[in-house]
Design a protein around this ligand. Structure first.
Ligand code: ADP
Ligand code: MG
Ligand code: ZN
Length: 627
């Protein structure tokens, strides 16, 4: 597909505008220039004129209101010079002229006077309007070469088919349900008659909903590519921009244009920018501009009648819960298509698409990569393949190897390696025991993801060392035991420091933060506390009336006793996990020593070597019964 400009740039209006200004300038010039540059008539004082009359030098006088013109006697039949003077209030003048036998008459009023007056009233405002619009259009036309008077033109980009880089459903993977839904939309666009013949109503609006980077925008383009129709694309935020009152006009223009080009697709990306619930804005005083734009959108969507040309409105958002209910009712965006993060096989397919574009080594196992990347969206995976390819190129290798992918995943998950951050010997030792502590507790806990790597090479913004846990399968539910296990694993680092050094460093702050958050969620969100019961003490942040929990306390109003009980429970969970971690490490003390010494030498332990060591860890049950 290629992007083209707005198909009807308002060229003609622009030209009209320029002509208009030129005409104005021309008229003005006609009115004033003759006076400035016309044949000049010498102006003389009134007394001089009277002298000339008295001396009998004047033959004819034309008396005007603002000017008296008179002609002197010429020599030998030659007409004399014409002079002018400014009249004063002189009632005797006619008498004087008559006495001297001078021919005189009043100047007829200029024929075009009313016209001049009119023009002098009309033209200056017109010039100002012209200038004003010129500046407005410069402001509004930033998106494209649109000229004056184009203020309200929608800024939609139009994608037109061209076969080389057309996006099709083959370019989208891992979102099969969404694809099936949208294939139906393509059918509507290709042969609407089949549906209308039975009396079925073609859906007007389809809302793509899903987290960022899952391919919503890509899907919309694929729909256009498959259906082979025009595709108007505009982002919600572009409607509401710059000038108050233009958003609604843009919506109107966009739909007008689309109706002319039907069948076609209008794609509104990031719909939440205009479609936010009108109720939520109220707190700070609503946003009138956005509301008007939204209202116009609602009107337009109701606007096309049955039998109208097929215009389907696709929209995408990652915050469906914030949309105004009016947008979602039947007849508007009545279809919602979930574009979710891909599952294992979906990730595998997406990796196949992007791996096909780079040179792969023979050792690359895409399925293994897909397994290690739960939670990655399509965009993350595309990025991952690119990172791996960059790594291979940087190391001057011909093909991308599995090791490149492994490093790329670590980069995404844990950040860049920072070899430059040098730890002193004591710090290095602490980090080593800390990380091994995480690894041992993690290995002892059933259900937590497998420990894949321990490293004491600093990485990312803060991590001095890290223990990489990679899941072995996609998980959608976790039980209480697993969560407790994860909390214990998080506390394993600090527990190791306590046991080995008998002191505590600042290095565990991030672990503690995450452990406490998790424990709090167990109590307030998942209802996992026996004391507090299955109540949600946390408000759903989306239903929070500031939208994102912003400045408001996200917790439900609770009595002081309940607040205290929550605090006690959270503390209890974390403390229990802490004890568990301490117990595991105490009963595996030899192993802890051994691995720590080893990692101080090698800096990294991973793979089979690591698995062999971790298999020696006594499981948590044995530990618990032993204590
Ligand atoms: P969204 O609009 O949902 O935030 P995009 O459609 O903009 O995400 O995705 C960004 C990029 O990520 C796409 O251009 C594409 O390269 C890649 N991508 C995302 N999801 C997929 C997918 N399901 N299949 C293939 N590529 C994808
Ligand atoms: Mg998008
Ligand atoms: Zn830690």
């Amino acid at each position: 597909m290629s992007v083209k400009d707005n198909p009807q740039p308002p060229r003609s209006r622009q030209i009209a505008n320029i002509l208009f200004l030129l005409a104005g300038a021309f008229l003005l010039a006609n009115l004033f220039l003759p006076q400035l540059f016309g044949p000049s008539i010498t102006r003389v004082p009134y007394s001089f004129f009277i002298d000339q009359v008295e001396n009998g030098n004047v033959v004819a006088v034309s008396l005007g209101q603002d000017e008296i013109r008179y002609q002197l006697k010429g020599d030998d039949n030659q007409p004399g010079q014409v002079l002018s003077t400014t009249p004063i209030f002189d009632l005797e003048l006619p008498q004087r002229l008559e006495d001297k036998g001078v021919e005189f008459a009043a100047t007829p009023p200029p024929q075009n006077r009313w016209f001049t007056t009119l023009l002098s009233w009309v033209i200056p405002p017109l010039i100002f309007i012209g200038i004003w619009q010129f500046f407005l259009s410069r402001g509004a036309g930033r998106g494209g070469p649109q000229g004056a008077l184009s203020l309200s033109k929608s800024k939609a980009k139009v994608y037109v088919q061209d076969d080389e880089n057309k996006v099709t459903f083959n370019d989208v993977a891992g979102v099969e349900e969404a694809k099936t839904e949208l294939e139906e939309i393509v059918e509507f666009l290709k042969s609407p008659d089949r549906f209308t013949a039975i009396g079925a109503r073609i859906p007007k609006g389809v809302l793509l909903v899903g987290p960022p980077g899952t391919g919503k925008t890509l899907m919309a383009k694929a729909v256009a590519g498959e259906a082979g129709v025009l595709f108007f694309s505009i982002s919600g935020s572009e409607f509401v921009e710059l000038f108050v009152g233009t958003g609604a006009a843009r919506v109107r223009d966009l739909f007008d244009q689309a109706k002319k080009k039907a069948p076609c697709i209008i794609f509104i990306d990031e719909l939440d920018a205009i479609g936010k619930s009108r109720a939520t804005g109220g707190f700070y005083g609503g946003n009138d501009e956005r509301e008007q734009t939204l209202n116009q959108l609602l009107t337009e969507m109701d606007g096309f009648a049955v039998g109208d040309a097929t215009v389907i409105v696709l929209a995408a958002t990652n915050r469906p819960e914030s949309l105004d209910a009016a947008l979602l009712r039947p007849g508007r965006f009545d279809r919602q298509v979930l574009v979710d993060r891909p599952d294992l096989s979906g990730r595998w397919k997406i990796l196949e698409i992007y791996a096909g574009k780079v040179k792969l080594g023979s050792d690359v196992d895409l399925k293994a990569i897909a397994t290690q990347t739960p939670g990655f969206a399509g965009a993350d995976l595309a990025n991952l393949v690119n990172e791996a390819a960059l790594l291979a190129a940087r190391n001057k290798r011909e093909t991308v190897s599995q090791a490149d992918f492994k490093e790329a995943i670590e980069r995404v998950v844990a950040g860049l390696e920072k070899k430059s951050r040098v730890l002193n010997e004591k710090e290095k030792k602490i980090v080593a025991y800390h990380e091994v502590g995480h690894a041992l507790v993690g290995a002892a806990m059933s259900g937590t993801a497998g420990v894949a790597k321990i490293s004491i090479v600093p990485r990312g913004m803060a991590a001095l060392g890290y223990t990489l846990q990679l899941p072995t399968e996609d998980r959608f539910l976790k039980d209480e035991g697993e969560l407790r296990g994860e909390i214990a694993t998080l506390l394993g680092g600090r527990a190791a420091e306590e046991i080995v050094f008998n002191s505590i460093t600042t290095g565990a702050s991030n672990d503690l933060q995450r452990a406490t958050d998790m424990a709090e969620q167990m109590v307030t969100t998942f209802g996992m506390s026996k004391v507090l019961g299955p109540l949600a003490y946390q408000k759903d942040s989306q239903n929070n009336f500031l939208g994102n929990g912003g400045m408001m306390n996200p917790r439900r109003m609770v009595s002081d006793e309940t607040a205290k009980a929550i605090d006690d429970e959270v503390k209890e969970i974390v403390e229990t996990a802490h004890q568990k971690a301490l117990n595991i490490l105490k009963s595996n003390h030899d192993l802890l020593e051994k691995i720590a010494q080893q990692i101080l030498e090698t800096e990294v332990i991973e793979g089979e070597e690591l698995q062999n060591i971790l298999n020696q860890v006594q499981s948590v049950d044995k530990v618990l019964t032993a204590v």
